[in-house]
Design a protein around this ligand. Structure first.
Ligand SMILES: [Zn+2]
Length: 726
């Protein structure tokens, strides 16, 4: 069956040389630009990682609008699948109620951050379900879907079949134990697309960016593709399969199709034809394979055009580690946005990460950037220029003079071109560096020209006017160029310059010297980026972050009652926030706090021996205490963890099951002496890995025995394994 793949072209519309004004600017003739973020999975509350992708998308959308494009930005929430089903069960709410809540959190956050979202797709919407079935039916009609059986290992956590498990049947992605399953599935003939995909990557090197990511994908596809199971019978919370409702769609088939749903696929043909194919799918690098291999294959099978570009960005690291729920080091965007402003957060995210690479998120760097680049840089330039115009020219933009030498005009023209090229290739950090280059040129210019001296000499009046005109005009360049990244403050300065209307209606490629009109009255002005006290702001942000974590925990405690113990191990990972993974300070009064300090990673032992800084004496209620599930465990076996002097791998019977726990007690106890001992196990901790070994719980010990060695907490009397401690 012939599939007419619409192969992405070196898109005409992407070219910065697209004529700026072609006289027919009515909507229908403007080039379109359609971009998407991933459809975020509601098993996590929105955090900094989601925010970054969405802020980047919002910046690109604003930039493209200022280049004359008809832009649609789509985001949304991915709401089906087993993890959601389980999380809802734990929370004792219906899956629909659960997804409504988390999806609402995403929308509220994007509103708070002022992001201009054009389409928000929820995969539980009727229109979406209709679109998914339609996409499948097209592929099926073309002969790319068949019924088969899967028998093999399955990872519940990742919701994927594992073809080649690690020794012990562990999942190669998450290293959790996999389960043997046999189920009837519908399969997608992915294997037949190998050549066409390779051809796509070769003919269109821009299809996957950055380059390193493209190479990974090509190597993967060259290694051969297996057919992909695209339905499940073991899951109920999903879109029913057309004609066989014992099956639901595999979540990825469902989620990817949302890129089509939001622009009218199967519903509004005119809109669909206008906006599809997508010009850009922005994603995090961890979901590259789904977007660069499966997604184009699904589209080819259905005979639909392919997206033009997939850009996989890097991760924000916190204290050098990937932020993740299981590490408990997730950061939220709100503290920075509320203390320093939305623009400060946006500026930092785009300035400090080279797009495509990993970046480090620290409050110190954020604050340093704020004070140096925003308060002392842009903010200071605006206020000194406007103050002098107020003082020397009664608040009117002075006369410019062509006779007086003006180095700023050519510098602004040259830098603008570099900035536009950088935006065009999504090099945001470089774009901002060059905009700030203009700021420093103007600062130097004012320092050299000394307008405050010129003001003392009546004959220099014309010269003074020209200097201040030039500074104000260069400031206009700066705010127009920086608008896609810092939309609010640039609009404010725009108004302060006495300029009318919305700055976003300016065309970036029409930016030319002389836009300010002499005699215009400037607006009222106040500092846009007041300097902040580093230490004080740092502490406020940190306190806010902790408060948010507390609130999230309280919220989840209220809504998400724990189920009976046997399922505990898988529960925390399925929740919005692991109930007992406290940030270091907050939990310090309870035994459960020690792993919170574990954001620093494998060096932390589960005994709580890491002496965090003396914690503030936070009191907790009985509700918090009862969240910690402590049980009597009987040690079955223990062995050293290779390469770790302090760690023992302990198998401990907690009544309902035998748990593997890694404990930092090797210096105090020999493995063989532990067998048969009764210990106290915290049973409902998030699983985590220490030196590559999974630990499912914590064994309690006092941390100040002889030579500072840990002393196990134990019982003098006989108590059965599994007994709960209260
Ligand atoms: Zn897994």
């Amino acid at each position: 069956m012939e599939n007419r793949a619409h192969i992405p072209e070196k898109a005409r519309a992407d070219s910065p040389s697209q004529p700026a004004h072609h006289g027919r600017a009515e909507r229908g003739t403007r080039p379109k630009f359609y971009l998407t973020t991933p459809i975020y999975y509601v098993n996590a509350r929105p955090h900094l990682g989601h925010t970054y992708t969405t802020v980047v998308a919002d910046t690109i959308a604003r930039y493209k609008r200022m280049r004359g494009y008809d832009v649609v930005l789509l985001t949304g929430t991915d709401e089906h699948g087993q993890k959601v089903e389980r999380a809802a069960k734990v929370a004792r709410v219906t899956p629909q109620a659960y997804v409504d809540r988390i999806s609402g959190e995403y929308r509220r956050l994007w509103n708070e951050l002022g992001l201009q979202i054009d389409r928000f797709v929820r995969t539980t919407d009727d229109a979406h379900e209709h679109a998914v079935r339609r996409l499948l039916e097209q592929a099926r009609d073309n002969g790319y879907v068949y019924k088969g059986h899967y028998e093999g290992q399955y990872c519940v956590f990742d919701e994927m079949y594992v073809d080649e498990p690690l020794p012990g049947n562990l999942c190669p992605e998450c290293h959790r134990p996999t389960e043997l399953v046999r189920e009837e599935n519908y399969y997608f003939k992915l294997s037949v697309f190998q050549e066409r995909l390779i051809e796509l990557y070769e003919k269109h090197p821009d299809f996957i960016q950055p380059e390193a990511r493209r190479n990974e994908v090509m190597a993967f596809v060259r290694g051969g593709l297996r057919d992909l199971s695209v339905s499940r019978t073991s899951v109920k919370w999903g879109i029913p399969w057309p004609g066989d409702d014992r099956h639901v769609f595999y979540v990825w088939y469902d989620a990817l199709a949302s890129y089509m749903t939001g622009i009218g696929y199967g519903d509004d043909e005119l809109q669909w034809e206008h906006y599809w194919p997508a010009d850009l799918h922005l994603i995090g690098k961890e979901i590259l394979r789904f977007h660069a291999v499966y997604w184009p294959a699904f589209l080819l099978a259905a005979g639909e055009p392919l997206p033009k570009k997939i850009f996989a960005h890097g991760w924000w690291l916190f204290q050098e580690e990937k932020m993740s729920k299981s590490r408990g080091n997730m950061q939220h965007p709100q503290p920075a946005a509320r203390v320093l402003g939305i623009d400060a957060l946006r500026y930092f995210l785009l300035r400090d990460m080279v797009f495509g690479q990993d970046g480090n998120y620290t409050r110190d760097t954020l604050l340093t950037r704020y004070n140096s680049d925003l308060a002392n840089g842009l903010g200071n330039l605006a206020s000194r220029t406007l103050t002098m115009i107020e003082k020397y020219f009664g608040g009117e933009i002075p006369e410019r003079s062509s006779e007086i030498d003006n180095p700023l005009k050519s510098a602004c023209a040259a830098e603008s071109q570099i900035v536009l090229d950088a935006y065009e290739s999504y090099s945001f950090s470089a774009a901002l560096q060059h905009i700030w280059q203009i700021i420093s040129l103007v600062d130097n210019y004012l320092t050299n020209e000394k307008p405050w001296k010129l003001a003392e000499v009546p004959e220099e009046r014309k010269h003074l006017a020209s200097v201040l005109y030039n500074a104000a005009e260069a400031l206009r360049f700066v705010v127009v160029l920086a608008h896609p990244v810092i939309p609010q403050s640039t609009q404010t300065i725009w108004r302060q310059l006495g300029l009318p209307g919305a700055i976003e209606s300016q065309r970036l490629d029409a930016l030319a010297w002389g836009g300010l009109t002499s005699g215009t009255k400037i607006g009222e002005f106040a500092p846009v980026f007041p300097r902040v006290d580093h230490k004080e702001a740092f502490e406020r942000m940190e306190a806010m972050e902790q408060e948010m974590n507390q609130a999230a925990k309280a919220g989840s405690a209220a809504a998400e009652q724990k189920p009976p113990s046997a399922t505990q191990a898988s529960v925390p990972s399925a929740q919005g926030s692991g109930a007992v993974t406290a940030p270091p300070q907050t939990g310090a009064t309870s035994t459960a706090s020690a792993p919170g300090a574990g954001t620093s990673g494998a060096g932390t032992t589960p005994t709580g021996a890491t002496q965090a800084a003396p914690a503030s004496p936070v009191k907790i209620g009985i509700d918090d205490f009862t969240k910690v599930e402590m049980r009597v465990g009987v040690v079955q076996s223990a062995e050293k963890v290779a390469g770790a002097d302090k760690l023992l791998k302990v198998m401990v019977d907690i009544g309902t099951e035998v748990r593997q726990v890694v404990a930092g007690i090797a210096e105090a106890y020999k493995p063989e002496d532990l067998v048969g001992r009764r210990v106290v196990v915290v049973a409902n901790l998030n699983p985590r890995k220490l030196r590559g070994v999974e630990s499912n719980g914590m064994i309690l010990a006092a941390s100040g025995g002889a030579e500072g060695k840990p002393v196990l907490c134990t019982f003098a009397e006989d108590v059965p394994a599994g007994t709960r401690l209260k």
